[in-house]
Design a protein around this ligand. Structure first.
Ligand SMILES: Cc1cc2nc3c(=O)[nH]c(=O)nc-3n(C[C@H](O)[C@H](O)[C@H](O)COP(=O)(O)OP(=O)(O)OC[C@H]3O[C@@H](n4cnc5c(N)ncnc54)[C@H](O)[C@@H]3O)c2cc1C
Length: 489
């Protein structure tokens, strides 16, 4: 029998699926393997949550607007794709973020936003906490560590226990909400920020551990950009959509088949063979593959494997997702000048407001609006705050404008608004998440060339998705090397 190229079908054209396809082709070249690759995307456009809209005067990010530099995988991919000179840091001049505290905006300690362990001393400045709250927080160094070191804990429980309720409410909780749009009393520390538990267990104190890490990490921190200090977050000059465009172009150049406009309905084993699959699409196209990567949200993945592994499908359905929306608004620069400073603000759940955060996009990133106009972006929804999304766009914008008026005094109509809704867009790594994912993987093990990846499992950030894409591609290629395909199709 002639040896045919291995056919890999990747379902989902977000950053997880696209980067997996890219690494599959890279690995194939490295290993000298003949591989045919197809990526299937339900929507008409690529990128999933990454959505950049270019207007004549504005650059609007509907989903993510940047990625962390401390997790190197996105930076590395940008370098590999030749996008290094397009990476831009946040505008160092405005590097301040605020938290709404008892009705007023107060500055957050620098470095806290990225949970970067190097900048611990800034935690105790800022005037955000009462003296009592500050003292309780400072006592963390002497606070006994948990004796139940191995039992899973929520973020809320851990940070209240270590730093006290006030620090949790005004420093930690709004940042967690900003990243996960989640409820810190549901999210698992181990699945979201395992480093903090490790620091507690290793050093007896998060602050002590952070200081140690600071000493070790000093110069090796985030990358520096010419003329500006190191940046915790970076983006691409033309928006994150450029990463998607460059990736898809590379895939096309490499002969990858890109299919949009029809989703995958179901995966079935191909004639009793656990290493070949038939993939049926919603438009009734049938594909066969030697390996399948499902890079879709967990609840979508659940439907595709329902027939194949009903128990895994049920567990996939149990991963909760929350809905959010971003509302971008362009104002005449003059009307905002006196109201906004820094990068923006976060709103603690305790303040009981519908807004999660506001970003002064034009102050955070250069080139996002033309002179004379200022772009700002508000973030709403999230676990327990989703009601606001029931409004239509007009009412949603109105609610957000009222919030801006109340919090920062911005009045007057914007010149332009754009709403992006992300229904069930944000996975929630609640208590039990890791065990649930491990069980899903175990149940899927008999299908050794069927992979499940994406933001719903091992990390929601863009760098995490890329890291996982790389890991899946390497693993998949190893399997092809060990058991080359000999059947033709
Ligand atoms: C508002 C918002 C702001 C964010 N901000 C940041 C940020 O600043 N930095 C950061 O690092 N991360 C951020 N994130 C998180 C990050 O953007 C996402 O976790 C990541 O982009 C998810 O990528 P993914 O490929 O795993 O999933 P997705 O982007 O959801 O892609 C999955 C794709 O699968 C497709 N699909 C679904 N079902 C099927 C099917 N049956 N057949 C075929 N295709 C299907 C979907 O259409 C979609 O294109 C943000 C997320 C949101 C929603």
């Amino acid at each position: 029998m002639a040896q045919s190229p291995n056919h890999v079908v990747i379902v989902g054209g977000g950053i997880s699926g696209l980067s997996t396809a890219f690494f599959v082709m890279e690995e194939a070249d490295k290993q000298g393997l003949s591989v045919q690759c197809t990526v299937v995307e339900r929507e008409a456009r690529w990128g999933g949550k990454i959505l950049t809209n270019h207007l004549p005067n504005l650059l609007i990010e509907g989903g993510p607007d940047s990625f962390l530099t401390s997790k190197p995988w996105a930076m590395e991919l940008c370098r590999t794709l030749g996008l290094e000179d397009q990476l831009i840091p946040t505008n160092g001049e405005n590097n301040r973020t605020f938290s709404l505290c008892r009705g007023a905006l107060r500055e957050l300690p620098q470095g806290l936003l990225a949970f970067r362990p190097q900048r611990v001393e800034t935690l105790v400045s800022g005037g955000l906490l009462s003296w009592r709250g500050l003292l309780r927080m400072g006592a963390e160094r002497f606070w006994p560590k948990s004796s139940s070191g191995f039992s899973e804990e929520t973020l809320g429980s851990f940070f209240r226990r270590r730093f006290g309720s006030e620090a949790f409410d005004y420093l930690i909780e709004p940042l967690v909400a900003g990243i996960y749009a989640g409820d810190a009393d549901e999210l698992s520390l181990e699945a979201t920020f395992p480093r903090f538990k490790e620091l507690e267990q290793q050093y007896g104190s998060v602050i002590k551990g952070m200081r140690e890490a600071q000493a070790k990490a000093k110069a090796a921190a985030a990358p520096k950009f010419s003329g500006s200090p190191s940046s915790l977050f970076v983006t691409l000059r033309n928006g994150l959509g450029e990463l998607v465009e460059t990736l898809t172009q590379r895939l096309i150049d490499r002969g990858v088949q890109l299919m949009t406009g029809s989703g995958c309905r179901e995966i079935q084993p191909f004639s009793q063979n656990r290493r070949r699959f038939s993939i049926s699409l919603e438009n009734d196209t049938l594909l066969t593959a030697d390996a399948v990567v499902l890079a879709t949200p967990a609840f979508q993945t659940a439907q595709m494997v329902q027939q194949l592994q009903p128990e895994a499908s049920n567990l996939l359905k149990q991963i909760p997702y929350t809905s959010t929306a971003t509302i971008s608004m362009a104002y005449p620069a003059e009307s905002l000048k006196e109201h906004i400073q820094g990068f923006g603000f976060v709103v603690p759940r305790k303040e009981q407001r519908p807004l999660l955060a506001g970003t002064w996009t034009s102050l955070k990133w250069p080139f996002r609006s033309q002179k004379g106009e200022t772009l700002i972006r508000c973030y709403v929804g999230g676990r327990g705050r989703e009601q606001i999304l029931e409004h239509d766009d007009r009412k949603l914008v109105e609610s957000v404008r009222q919030e801006l008026q109340a919090i920062v005094g911005v009045s007057g109509p914007p010149n332009y608004t754009e709403v992006h809704r992300w229904v069930r867009g944000m996975p929630q790594y609640v208590i039990g998440h890791q065990a649930n994912v491990a069980k899903i993987q175990e149940l899927m093990n008999p299908w050794s060339t069927l992979y499940i990846t994406g933001a719903g499992f091992y990390g929601i950030g863009i760098p995490d998705c890329i890291r996982e894409g790389n890991r899946v591609a390497e693993n998949l290629m190893q399997r092809f090397l060990v058991q080359p395909t000999v059947s033709s199709f």
